[in-house]
Design a protein around this ligand. Structure first.
Ligand code: FDA
Length: 300
């Protein structure tokens, strides 16, 4: 119920637009690294000091105008330059819908190709984040088409989809981030039961660790993390074949601890004015994250 409520709020365009005007509010500053590139680079430097690498996401959704998609592309190109100039350990995560997927496939492909080519110049990886089921196949198509020219790209497999296993097998030669899945998907396409999602999640991670290229295990779930630690040990999978990922601001102690234990660790660092939808999805996943909001109200 609460999940549906927050997912509904995340999709409200009026509130999305209103939030852009008012800077980071409601505790979003705890989970969004900054509103501009300079602030974000400082947050990355801080994480790098602890041996944590970063994947940077220029926040943005509901892009239906070409000018907006082009502005997003320019911003991501500026992030790539800033990563290079500052010599920080970071790469890019992008959302195809922010770069025009809902406007026109070829237009989106051109925007993404420009980003991938710029990142390639500096040997930076670009992850194509995965969104809802309507955008799933077009996003795989973008990836597969661009992979004929570039090798610095990869994507996400969402374990709640029935088709996830097939997609994983098809894309095993990519660097893949494996997640449970963040959107509200109909029963026609996706498991609804948390236990079923968790079971599939473990199955996909194990398979990719044994058969695939580099695996990013992106979760805050300590049960999954502990399972993976044991699995890699039992199967002699070296540390350079995988990493753990978490979102900026979540389970900070565990992020530091995993890095300290010698695991590769990467923090997903979102930044920008367009924080509202991202923040609401985090509340939907875990209503306890409301404590980020409450804390903010009482510490003002
Ligand atoms: P889940 O929410 O299932 O929680 C399991 C248990 O972990 C909880 O019961 C609790 O015990 C513990 N826990 C979780 N969060 C905690 C916290 N903050 N503090 C303390 N305990 C906590 N999704 C998508 O659809 N497309 C994408 O591209 C991405 N990309 C992405 C990148 C990264 C780096 C991450 C971490 C996640 C994503 N996701 C995503 C989101 C993902 O699909 C999923 O919705 C969230 O990670 C929530 O699921 P978890 O696996 O973290 O644990």
């Amino acid at each position: 119920m609460l999940k549906d409520f927050f997912i509904g709020l995340s999709q409200n365009q009026f509130l999305n637009n209103a939030a852009k005007k008012y800077g980071l509010k409601m505790g979003a500053q705890n989970v969004v690294a900054g509103t501009n590139i300079a602030e974000t680079i400082e947050s990355i430097k801080e994480l790098n000091k602890h041996g944590i690498s970063c994947t940077v996401d220029n926040l943005g959704e509901f892009v239906y105008e070409k000018e907006e998609a082009i502005a997003a592309k320019e911003q991501i190109l500026a992030v790539i330059e800033a990563i290079h100039e500052n010599g920080v350990d970071a790469h890019i995560s992008l959302k195809p819908s922010q770069l025009g997927l809902d406007i026109d496939y070829d237009f989106c492909k051109e925007n993404i190709e420009e980003i991938v080519a710029a990142a390639h110049k500096y040997d930076l990886f670009v992850n194509f984040d995965m969104e809802d089921h309507a955008r799933l196949q077009p996003s795989f198509n973008l990836l597969d088409e661009l992979s004929t020219k570039y090798d610095n790209i990869g994507t996400v497999i969402q374990a709640y989809f029935f088709r996830a296993e097939e997609d994983l097998h098809k894309h095993k030669d990519y660097r893949l981030r494996i997640v449970k899945g963040a959107y509200k998907e109909p029963a026609e396409y996706a498991y609804q039961d948390k236990q079923e999602i968790d079971k599939n999640y473990i199955k996909l991670i194990e398979w990719h660790l044994l058969n695939g290229k580099f695996t990013s295990i992106a979760t805050h779930d300590h049960n999954v993390i502990n399972h993976v630690k044991q699995f890699v040990k039992d199967n002699h999978i070296p540390n350079d074949k995988f990493e753990f990922q978490m979102l900026y601001g979540f389970r900070k102690d565990m992020q530091l601890e995993l890095a300290k234990e010698g695991y590769n660790f990467c923090t997903y660092v979102p930044f920008g004015q367009d924080w509202y939808g991202y923040f609401m999805r985090r509340l939907a996943e875990r209503p306890q994250n409301m404590n980020l909001v409450v804390k903010q109200v009482f510490t003002k």
